[in-house]
Design a protein around this ligand. Sequence first.
Ligand code: PGA
Length: 249
Amino acid sequence: MRPKIAAGNWKMNGTAAALTELHSLATGLPDNPPQIVICPPSTLLFRATDATHGSPIQIGAQDCHAEEAGAYTGDISATMVADSGASHVILGHSERRDAHRETDADVQAKAIAAWGAGLTAIICIGESEAERDAGQTLDIIGAQLDGSLPDAVEAGNTVIAYEPIWAIGTGKVPSIAQIKEVHDFIRARLIDRFGAEIGNALPLLYGGSVKAANAVEIFAVENVDGALVGGASLKAEDFAPIVTALAQS
Ligand code: PGA
């Protein structure tokens, strides 16, 4: 049985006032909630873990550096993320691969650092619109998986998020058949590389314009174990129905 996970990526949104959203979310949870991981900006990590103490909501960072400490102005290490009380870290989001030129090798090194600090890595992969149009989606996804995942992947230390770049923040969502095709492909690739036990145990999230209106349909897809949600995770009133849809899936 794989865990169901509703993850929220706040990106560069939210000051202290946004912590009230965590309280609202925590008070409106369904029975048997899935795992919930909210990833606020790093300035809010300590306060967010405080604010969710005793609730089922877990906190994650949006990135970490591969080194434990040193002269890396502006970066935070996995140890610092763990020190905040966070349990997860998003790695290799397409916005970081794009704007910060992060490579698969960088993502892999960060995952090893994350594990070393006791964090679960949420590793993101996804094709661009041009790559999809050129029929390269599965090749790109396969190469990103091979390059971004360290060999020491274990069931409890990694979550994979498939996020087609063209679906992020655009309101465009792949068809259910397209989501199923990629998730089935990822599952088979994971089993091939890590064996059936680990390959079947790794949760696969879909991300890209998930909202309450499409969540039920997406969560019904085999091999979709949850979602990584951007815009619709900022407000509890938008995220709560997605959490409920996952709980009931
Ligand atoms: P979105 O973002 O839900 O706003 O499309 C998803 C993401 O970037 O993780």
